[in-house]
Design a protein around this ligand. Structure first.
Ligand SMILES: [Cu+2]
Length: 122
């Protein structure tokens, strides 16, 4: 490979890496309850706001309470042009810390996942 060719290859790789970060995957931008927040009372639902439109068939969130107890959530729906994932919480959450593990498929075909937590005040 000549010098100019390897430079071109490097530039292309840099451009791809940058565009991948900027446009590609659905990133969690904000949520309600927010990460590490303390809320008064049990939330009726989770709202997760993403940077990209999601495919609902392959997107969801799992809520886990103290002692790894699984919280049964309702059926997730999309709003806000497919960028907001709403997960109903039909049960009343006791005081304590809950973790939310989300996984989504954006409409560009990329999967992302993550985790955050919030606390329900006694
Ligand atoms: Cu992507």
């Amino acid at each position: 490979m000549s010098k100019s060719h390897s430079f071109l290859a490097l530039s292309l790789a840099a451009v791809l890496a940058f565009s991948g970060q900027a446009f590609a995957h659905a990133h969690l931008t904000t949520s309600d309850p927010a990460d590490k927040s303390v809320v008064a009372g049990s939330p009726a639902s989770l709202e997760l706001h993403f940077s990209e439109e999601l495919n609902i068939r392959f997107s969801g969130a799992q809520i886990t309470g103290a002692g790894m107890t699984e919280i049964k959530a309702g059926e997730a729906t999309l709003a806000d042009e497919g960028k907001t994932l709403t997960v109903p919480i039909p049960t009343t959450l006791d005081a304590g810390t809950y973790s939310v593990e989300w996984h989504v498929l954006s409409t560009d075909g990329h999967k992302t996942n993550g985790r955050y937590s919030f606390t329900v005040k006694p």
